[in-house]
Design a protein around this ligand. Structure first.
Ligand SMILES: Nc1nc2c(ncn2[C@@H]2O[C@H](COP(=O)(O)OP(=O)(O)OP(=O)(O)O)[C@@H](O)[C@H]2O)c(=O)[nH]1
Ligand SMILES: [Mg+2]
Length: 244
């Protein structure tokens, strides 16, 4: 039987991008549940999420943050909520469905077939995969990814793909126990904390991923995220000492 799976969708001003029918279909077909986190949106996102949750029924919940806290905190809040609800598998994916829901479902499938603690999507362009990324974002992303791998001291190809799933076990609880020190590079910190707690996580190359218009991450934010890697490096050292 499929373990109870609750997935978090962080949403900040997603009124124009939210594909309600697709998300509702996903819940119906996969049997997974959704926690839709509104991160203090200033557009019609919150009423839209409430309407979607109503359409889906008990398998979807809305968590509304009063103020914009950034993707990391929105995801962390949603994941803690999912753990409280008794999920056995949790995860998150971007509201713009850059990672298609079918691929998210595949990540869950890979995880539950294994004894791993986590399976994260990886945007590796190769023959047979449909990975559509703007060149500039790709090259910037590769530079960031190299910095992220150095920060983590391990060979990870893509820390920043929006789709990740984890077992609801102790390493994850420990990794989520304190806020992240970065808004956008939080995935790196989450992975670092998981590794520090002995979690086994693998990357799963996605078959399909696309850049969706309307990204809210500015070039300035991207540079900022890179600088935050140094901070994460220091914080992770302290985290490792505490969890040694
Ligand atoms: N919680 C929160 N989520 C945000 C914020 N900005 C964006 N998001 C969410 O984070 C996810 C990714 O945001 P995007 O704007 O699509 O980011 P992107 O530039 O496409 O990033 P990639 O898809 O990784 O290339 C979406 O689900 C957004 O709603 C924010 O300030 N807070
Ligand atoms: Mg996107």
């Amino acid at each position: 039987m499929m373990p109870r799976t609750i997935l978090v969708v962080p949403c900040f001003n997603e009124a124009d991008r939210l594909d309600e029918p697709e998300l509702a279909r996903f819940v119906g077909q996969s049997g997974h549940e959704l926690i839709l986190v509104d991160d203090g949106s200033t557009d019609a996102t919150l009423p839209q999420l409430r309407r979607l949750a109503q359409t889906i029924g008990s398998a979807a919940q809305v968590v509304a943050l009063a103020q914009n806290r950034g993707k990391g905190e929105a995801v962390r809040t949603g994941l803690l909520h999912a753990l409280d609800m008794g999920a056995e598998v949790v995860g998150y994916f971007d509201a713009d469905l850059a990672t298609p829901v079918a691929e998210v479902a595949r990540l869950v499938g890979e995880l539950v077939q294994s004894d791993l603690d986590g399976v994260i999507g990886s945007r590796v362009a190769h023959l047979g995969a449909d990975i559509e990324r703007k060149p500039l974002r790709h090259y910037f992303g590769r530079v960031f990814a190299t910095g992220a791998a150095i920060t983590l001291g391990t060979r990870v190809y893509d820390t920043q793909c929006g789709a990740k799933v984890f077992r609801a076990r102790e390493p994850l609880r420990a990794a989520l126990s304190q806020p992240f020190s970065s808004r956008w590079a939080f995935d790196v910190e989450l992975l670092g904390r998981l590794f520090a707690c002995g979690a086994r996580v693998i990357e799963c190359p996605l078959r399909e991923w696309k850049d969706v218009k309307g990204s809210k991450i500015s070039p300035v934010a991207m540079v900022h995220a890179s600088l935050e890697l140094a901070k994460i490096y220091v914080r992770l050292r302290a985290f490792r000492r505490r969890h040694a």
